[in-house]
Write a new protein. Sequence first.
Length: 319
Amino acid sequence: MLPFSLRYLTFALAYWAFASLVYFLCFGAVANISASFFESASSVFDIGPVAAVTGLGLLVFCILSGFFDRRRLLAVLILTCAQVPFFSGFHMMKVCIPQITAFWADDAFARLDRVLHGNQDAFLLYHGLLGEMIPNAAVVTAYFPVWLTIAYVYPALVAAFEPNEARAMRHIRLHFISWVLLGTVVALIFASAGPIYVSLLTGADDFAYLDAFLQADPGAFAGVIHLQRELWTEHSTGALGSGISAFPSLHVAAATLPVVWMVDRFGWYGLISALFPAVIQYGSVLTGFHYAVDGYASVLVVVLCHALIRRHGGRAAAA
C-alpha cells in the first residue's frame, strides 16, 4: 500500500500542476495550493467538530483493531495529505469551466428532469414525498459538514480499513478517476450551473420558488444561501474558490463511492449504506444546487467505472 500511496500523491500533484496551468491560461494568474475545498465551506459551516470526531474515530478504531503497521500508517497519512493538492486542483479546474465554455445545458437538464418526474421539477416531487419526513437542518448537516469530511478522508479510510490490498487500491483508483472524469471532463462537456443560478444566468424565473423556499427556513438554510451568494461572487470575479458546476453531481458521486466499496466487500448487505447518497441526492435537489439527473448520472458512471476497473484488474491478474 505504501508504494501505491506514493503513486497516488504523484498523480495528485500532477493533476494540481495541470490545473494550475489551465487556471493561469484562463486568468493570467497563478493560484496557490490552498485547500479551497475546505475554505469555501468552512467560512460558512462549522466543519471543525465533524472533522475532529471523524479523525479521532478513525485513529482509535484502527488502533483497537490492530490494523496499523508503520507502513500502513504512513500510507494513510500520505493519502490524507495528497487530498490537499488533489482537491485544490479539482476546484481550480471547476472555476475554469465557464471560462472555457458557456453554461449551455441547464435548459436541457431542466426539461429532462421534468420528463423523468411526471412533468414537474424534481424538487416538487422530492419535497412532496420527503419534506415532512426529513428535517431541513438534518439534510444540510449531511450535505455539507458530514459529506465534506467523508469525501476528504475517503482514500485514507479505505487504506486503513480494507484488509484486501488489491480491493483497497481498486477503490482508491475509483475515487481518483470518478472525481477527475466526472468533475472535470464530463462537467466541461455538459457545462451547467444548476437551478439556483438559472435566474442569474438567463433572467428566467422557472426556479424562483427555490429562493423563496430557502429563505422561508433561515434556521436551516442561512448558511446555504450565504454560500450560494459567495460562490456566485467567486464565479463573477474569477476568484479561486469552489466553483459552480451542476452536471454531474460530485456530491452524489462521492457519497456513492463508499456504497460501491461496501457492496464489493459485503455483497448486497452493503446496500444499507445507500441511505447516505440517497439523502445527499435529496439535499442536492432541495438546496437547488443540482438537477436530479445530475445525481442519477453520477451514480451510473461510478458504478460503470468500478465494473471496468474490476474487469481490467481481473484480466491483469489472470495474465
